[in-house]
Write a protein that binds this ligand. Sequence first.
Ligand code: IMP
Length: 191
Amino acid sequence: MISLVFATNNPNKQQEVQAKVGEAFKILSLADINCTHDIAETGVTLDENASIKSRYIFDNYQISCFGDDTGLEIEALDNQPGVYSARYGGTRDSEKNIDVVLQKMEGINNRNARFRTVISLILNQQEHIFEGIVNGTIRLQRSGTGGFGYDAIFEPNGYNITFAEMPLEEKNKISHRGLAIQKLIAFLQQL
Ligand code: IMP
């Protein structure tokens, strides 16, 4: 069995990958390796931040690992909030973040947006990058109570509901993170 550290403190993310990857791999979290360091996301792109996380773990623990970063990219806002998605409203408060997006999008007809996830895997000292994208539009107002982050204002293309109105299993199948994880797993399974 190959152990891989997922540079995250989010148990849901860890479980999602573990459930999909099967028994050939053991997915460990930062807590599992007693890493309490808050890895600063100082990059200006999603790729940079994903790499910062995987490199930190590899350099300090010499173990194969991967890190991810996600952003909401809105066409009419020059792909903002992008790498700044988590704190677009100044703090980690999702409701404030949504308020800022809705305010900036007032009167704008082009509502096109996408979620993008980048995963940086370091395996046998080599870095591999995987990307997942889901295209959609920004609603005029919130709809739905599920999910997190910007889910209540993001309607994926081909649906007339937001991510916040979608069962989690269905979201995971079509989402940016789900797609990036599928690519990561396809890669791991052909090793
Ligand atoms: P992270 O890189 O997964 O921590 O994501 C950064 C930020 O992007 C989060 O704090 C959320 O604001 C937003 N985000 C990431 N994934 C999603 C999602 O699936 N739905 C809604 N917002 C998300």
